[in-house]
Design a protein around this ligand. Structure first.
Ligand code: ADP
Length: 463
């Protein structure tokens, strides 16, 4: 099959979250499975700041690179739209012209396919940033013979982000007013770009089975539950894989010592290294809790913030890496001042430190209020770091009492109770080691998930 991955962020070129991991790793697995795949993404300032992989001019307004054995990556260039800091926004909030920026990306993606004569069977779109592709295909380009056999698969990575604009902005997309009605892009007197993707794509999936069911409910649907209910026969769940070339404790060069299920001694060295790096006392028998996360309510920071003082008074150590809401930055900074020997905080995005935390921690705290898939818990399982999660979405599909700790009432009290239970169990060396080893042995490879995506593409093709 000829497949286009149209995504707004792709590892190793640009990343703000899990979407980039998927858009970077899935093509590699598809290529291995013999599929003909290309990637198209915006040529952000951050992309051009990279030394490696090399990015070359391709043609006017498009540059080019390659990943995997031979996967072309095309960058849609536009200095006005993409040569700036922040993929979708900066410290002042979302970029005001995101509608223009990503309409442009979607339109140019489709034009480019024609220019390079790549007639796709499938265009795989991700989140609101590429949601206008199915809209253009089913409207402006509905009669275009070039795309007559092209089908779209739309992946929802997080239904909370929808891209809403005043209806007056519709002309900026180049679409006509025919799409502005309640069954299409209209949403409470606004245009909703994500909704366009949900309505016009041929098939939809989300990144875990549980989340695909949750988003059909009012509690998790963010207003899209009605649209999704109409499309429930076209809606699937496929859990993300992990890129084992990046996340492998036996080969990871970013950590102090390598380890595997056969020889875990390196993990203790990683813990020592992390404690030293973070300025925490070098104690092997105190459980070290790691967090690598956006500091946002979605990630459970409302209950973490309520509980943090009590957590810091337990016999534990904690390292938090992440950025997010200012109020959580401030709460955590206050804790560092109060408990400097217990908690260490890094308010930044730092891939190397993330690796050190996954490898060097004993537990990984990820009590997300909702979690479409979540990579953090899978990475920590792979590194023998026992996850502690709330039972939702992809967390519910990957963590259970055999490999971690899971609580099912979202509250400060339940969070504290579960942490206390884990801290107590940590002293039971054999039990703890068994938990960690069971997690490490689980298979989260992309090849398994890629196989399911190929089946989904086949289903879309048959539509
Ligand atoms: P999200 O909802 O943010 O996409 P996921 O768990 O699906 O959450 O993916 C987050 C990814 O980003 C993981 O690979 C995680 O390790 C990484 N990550 C998050 N915050 C940071 C940070 N501050 N520094 C480095 N990596 C981070």
């Amino acid at each position: 099959m000829k497949i286009v991955m149209a995504a707004s962020e792709v590892v190793p070129f640009a990343k703000t979250g899990g979407l980039a991991d998927v858009a970077g790793a899935l093509p590699l697995a598809l290529e291995k499975a013999g599929q003909d795949v290309i990637i198209i993404m915006p040529g952000y300032k951050a992309v051009h700041a990279l030394q490696n992989p090399e990015i070359k001019p391709f043609k006017d307004g498009v540059s080019y690179s390659k990943i995997g054995k031979n996967i072309p990556v095309y960058f849609i260039e536009n200095a006005e739209y993409f040569d700036r800091d922040g993929l979708y926004g900066d410290k002042n909030g979302d970029h005001k012209d995101n509608l223009e920026r990503f309409s442009y990306f979607c339109r140019r993606t489709l034009e480019l396919l024609r220019e390079i004569k790549f007639k796709p069977d499938i265009i795989h779109c991700h989140d609101w940033q590429s949601a206008l592709i199915p809209v253009y295909l089913k409207n402006t380009l509905a009669l275009d013979p070039f795309f007559a056999n092209t089908r779209t698969v739309f992946t929802i990575h997080n239904i909370g982000y929808q891209c809403l604009f005043p209806k007056e902005s519709l002309p900026k997309t180049g679409l006509d007013w025919g799409v502005y009605n309640i069954d299409m892009l209209e949403y409470y007197d606004k245009i909703n770009i994500l909704k366009g993707g949900l309505v016009f794509s041929d098939l939809i999936n989300t990144v875990s089975d549980t989340y695909s069911k949750e988003i059909q409910t009012k509690e998790f649907g963010f207003g899209m539950e009605g649209v999704l209910a109409k499309r429930k026969n076209d809606l699937f769940g496929i859990i993300n894989g992990l890129d084992y070339a990046i996340w492998d404790p036996a080969a990871d060069k970013k950590i102090a010592a390598n380890f595997s299920t056969k020889d875990m001694t390196g993990k203790a060295a990683c813990k020592g290294d992390l404690q030293k790096f973070c300025g925490l006392p070098a104690k092997a028998d105190v459980p070290l809790i790691g967090v690598v996360s956006r500091l946002a309510e979605q990630k459970g920071f409302d209950i973490v913030a309520e509980a943090i003082d009590e957590i810091c008074r337990m016999d534990i150590q904690m390292v938090i890496l992440g950025t997010g809401d200012l109020k959580y930055h401030q709460i955590m900074e206050a804790m560092v001042k109060k408990y400097p020997k217990v908690i260490s905080l890094y308010l930044k995005f730092d891939d190397t430190l993330a690796h050190k935390i996954y490898a060097g921690s004993d537990m990984f705290l990820m009590p997300s209020k909702y979690e479409p898939c979540g990579l953090g818990q899978m990475i920590s399982l792979r590194y023998g770091t026992v996850p502690l999660v709330f039972k939702t979405g992809g967390l519910a599909d990957t963590v259970n009492a055999k490999n971690g700790y899971i609580f099912d009432v979202y509250s400060k009290a339940e969070l504290l109770k579960t942490i206390k239970r884990a801290v107590k169990d940590f002293k039971l060396k054999k039990k703890w080691q068994d938990l960690a080893l069971r997690g490490m042995k689980q298979n989260f490879s992309w090849s398994a998930s890629a196989k399911q995506y190929i089946e989904l593409y086949e289903k879309a093709k048959a539509k």
